[in-house]
Design a protein around this ligand. Structure first.
Ligand SMILES: *[C@@H]1O[C@H](CO)[C@@H](O)[C@H](O)[C@H]1NC(C)=O
Ligand SMILES: *[C@@H]1O[C@H](CO)[C@@H](O)[C@H](O)[C@H]1NC(C)=O
Ligand SMILES: *[C@@H]1O[C@H](CO)[C@@H](O)[C@H](O)[C@H]1NC(C)=O
Ligand SMILES: *[C@@H]1O[C@H](CO)[C@@H](O)[C@H](O)[C@H]1NC(C)=O
Ligand SMILES: *[C@@H]1O[C@H](CO)[C@@H](O)[C@H](O)[C@H]1NC(C)=O
Ligand SMILES: *[C@@H]1O[C@H](CO)[C@@H](O)[C@H](O)[C@H]1NC(C)=O
Ligand SMILES: *[C@@H]1O[C@H](CO)[C@@H](O)[C@H](O)[C@H]1NC(C)=O
Ligand SMILES: *[C@@H]1O[C@H](CO)[C@@H](O)[C@H](O)[C@H]1NC(C)=O
Ligand SMILES: *[C@@H]1O[C@H](CO)[C@@H](O)[C@H](O)[C@H]1NC(C)=O
Length: 569
């Protein structure tokens, strides 16, 4: 009985020690890590050790960090990227100088960190975040790192890692792809922060920009605003006097998610681990469509994936070389249709839902509001465009301006994507737009009146029918064709029959509909405009919105939305 009990205790000890010996996460001054041994982080998420990137005859060995519970041991960091060890003779050590040293056969150093101040009791530890850190074992603050692998990323970004620049030292942390699937040495595809003006994230191919996220506008990057509400991660962007970096954190800490560059595919992909079938599933990819490619439509072009051709000139611009443009050669881009004349006055056109142009000659003001921004841009003849930034939250303040050509604009369709870009055009251009609007309004007003009358009748009949049958449901869509051949869709917005009719009546109340004369007045006027009511039944899908002539007040001019979208082209 007693023997059995002791046996049990001894067994427990043995199990405990064997567990403990396989799950060490630190090495100290007198210890080393040889090929075949691994450090495993405290929570079991990551392992550090020697690996070969592929199963083949090559005996190239690298020191790296990989996901511990991924059967394929997906590598997230490599120390000796350019200096493989031939064979299993690598040894990892730390020195009292505060250096981490990777040696071959106890002699040749293949990789080392720079010496920090000498430390009495240096400890190298693999954290459960995947960060390999060196600290002074005597330091009471365990987060005082003398060195950390997160500062020297390979091709993979993990939660908590910062990609960006320390402005005090100029230290730039960026991802660089593996040269090849079997060669972890850095390829020429990199991902980091571009610091000109309002910063943005940039995928570079060598020295060339390959894909830009669009500038940071305070609550997102102008070109990837859709990622704000995703179920997996939150992202953070810090931009102040001391540092500028991008980082992300997981919404659910037990989900695994990583961002990785791929040289051969020239992409940045985000993967998320699916524990059920033990695979990495792709969550997102950049660039993700044709229009994401940097500068595809040339200067002052707008890439719209839903149009043919995808390259369009910005409103107020025409192809610089029309013949080449017609044969899909877009690099020449576009020029102003009407030359600017700063002295007699230029105006601005609003281009909605776009990715901001690449910053060339940046000018950013973090507190200036939209009105001041416009005035400032108007004053400086070389200011070509401006946008509103939101650094206070809730549509607050901030202003960025562009001087010179506008490159890399991409058109989005949804209101939750992109930003409003205000571009400089000649005053005659805005006059032209206004005349076109008046002309269209003259055509439109009777059509609107006729259609609403028709709708009222139809709805009345339908309601009475429904009352008999007792049915509900969505309203029908009516299609009509305008005098100029443009098709419009007319739809009733009701959800249930009875209430729907009331809504409809309210929306279409004749007193609230602008009369013909007031429509013309509104369009011709530079002054205060009445706030238009919800248009209610006109659906259109054109992103452009004509803004004002010089000196016009921002808030009033933006109210023209309900009719201005029907421009003659
Ligand atoms: C490395 O060198 C140390 C001291 O110089 C020695 O004790 C150790 O056995 C050597 N290890 C190998 C693998 O040669
Ligand atoms: C060591 O310092 C040099 C010069 O500051 C730097 O170029 C190099 O990248 C550093 N190496 C490591 C491994 O930190
Ligand atoms: C890049 O993608 C290709 C194609 O999907 C894949 O075969 C390759 O392993 C990837 N490269 C790296 C370094 O993961
Ligand atoms: C910049 O932001 C970082 C992270 O929020 C913070 O630690 C640092 O103190 C900030 N610097 C300044 C000057 O505000
Ligand atoms: C977090 O993810 C794990 C694993 O997928 C899941 O079991 C758990 O329910 C999730 N927790 C929350 C709060 O969603
Ligand atoms: C993995 O499982 C998910 C559902 O959990 C499924 O949608 C997906 O197709 C599976 N993938 C593979 C490669 O089997
Ligand atoms: C592991 O590798 C095999 C073979 O390359 C592949 O079929 C499998 O999908 C990979 N599994 C994971 C989790 O990536
Ligand atoms: C380009 O195409 C447009 C539309 O098809 C046409 O109107 C224009 O004349 C063409 N321009 C040239 C220079 O071929
Ligand atoms: C316009 O702005 C540019 C760029 O900031 C500046 O160099 C130039 O001096 C400004 N011109 C005027 C007239 O303010």
């Amino acid at each position: 009985m007693e023997m059995g009990f002791y046996f049990y205790i001894v067994c427990c000890f043995l199990i405990f020690f064997s567990k403990a010996s396989t799950a060490i996460d630190t090495i100290s001054l007198s210890e080393s890590l040889t090929d075949g041994k691994t450090l495993v982080s405290n929570g079991g998420s990551f392992a550090l050790g020697f690996f070969s990137p592929y199963i083949s005859n090559s005996n190239n060995r690298y020191l790296g960090i990989w996901y511990h519970n991924d059967p394929n041991q997906t590598v997230v960091w490599v120390a000796n990227r350019i200096n493989p060890i031939k064979g299993s003779t690598g040894v990892l050590k730390i020195e009292s100088s505060g250096k981490i040293v990777l040696q071959v056969q106890n002699t040749t150093v293949v990789w080392s960190t720079n010496s920090t101040a000498s430390v009495e009791n240096p400890v190298l530890q693999l954290l459960d975040s995947g960060n390999l850190v060196l600290r002074d074992g005597k330091d009471i603050n365990p987060e005082n790192y003398l060195w950390q692998s997160f500062d020297y990323p390979s091709d993979t970004m993990l939660p908590g890692m910062k990609i960006g620049v320390d402005l005090r030292t100029g230290f730039d942390r960026r991802l660089s792809a593996w040269k090849n699937w079997d060669d972890p040495s850095p390829g020429d595809l990199t991902y980091g922060v571009e610091l000109e003006g309002s910063p943005e994230m940039v995928l570079m191919k060598g020295l060339e920009k390959y894909y830009l996220t669009g500038v940071w506008v305070g609550n997102g990057f102008s070109g990837i605003r859709d990622v704000r509400s995703n179920p997996i991660y939150d992202y953070h962007f810090v931009w102040n006097e001391t540092e500028t970096y991008y980082t992300f954190s997981l919404k659910n800490k037990s989900v695994m998610s990583r961002v990785v560059l791929n040289q051969s595919e020239r992409v940045r992909k985000r993967f998320t681990w699916n524990p059920e079938n033990q695979t990495w599933e792709m969550f997102a990819m950049r660039p993700s469509d044709y229009c994401d490619r940097y500068g595809l439509c040339g200067p002052n072009g707008n890439c719209d994936y839903n149009k043919l051709p995808v390259c369009q000139c910005l409103t107020g611009f025409r192809p610089k070389w029309p013949e080449r443009w017609n044969s899909s050669e877009y690099s020449g881009g576009c020029i102003h249709s009407k030359p600017l004349n700063c002295q007699t006055g230029d105006g601005f056109i609003t281009i909605r839902r776009v990715k901001s142009p690449a910053i060339t000659n940046p000018w950013v003001h973090k507190t200036m509001n939209l009105k001041e921004c416009k005035a400032e841009c108007l004053r400086n003849c070389s200011c070509m465009a401006y946008i509103n930034l939101d650094f206070t939250g809730g549509g607050g303040s901030g202003c960025a301006m562009w001087f010179g050509d506008l490159v890399d604009i991409k058109q989005f369709q949804s209101d939750s994507d992109g930003i409003d870009l205000y571009i400089r055009v000649s005053a005659s251009e805005t006059e032209l737009k206004k005349k076109a609007k008046v002309k269209l309004a003259i055509i439109l007003a009777p059509v609107i009146a006729a259609l609403s009358g028709l709708l009222l009748v139809v709805c009345y009949i339908r309601r009475n029918r429904r009352k008999l049958k007792g049915e509900g449901g969505f309203g029908p869509v009516y299609k009509g064709t305008l005098a100029n051949g443009q098709e419009i869709a007319v739809k009733r917005l009701s959800k249930s029959s009875g209430q729907g009719l009331n809504e409809f009546k309210n929306e279409q109340h004749p007193d609230e509909r602008p009369s013909m004369s007031s429509v013309v007045l509104m369009l011709g006027s530079h002054n205060e405009l009445p706030s238009p009511k919800q248009p209610g039944f006109l659906f259109y899908n054109k992103p452009f919105e004509v803004d004002s002539s010089p000196g016009n007040d921002e808030s009033s001019s933006r109210n023209e939305i309900s009719l201005s979208t029907f421009e003659a082209r």
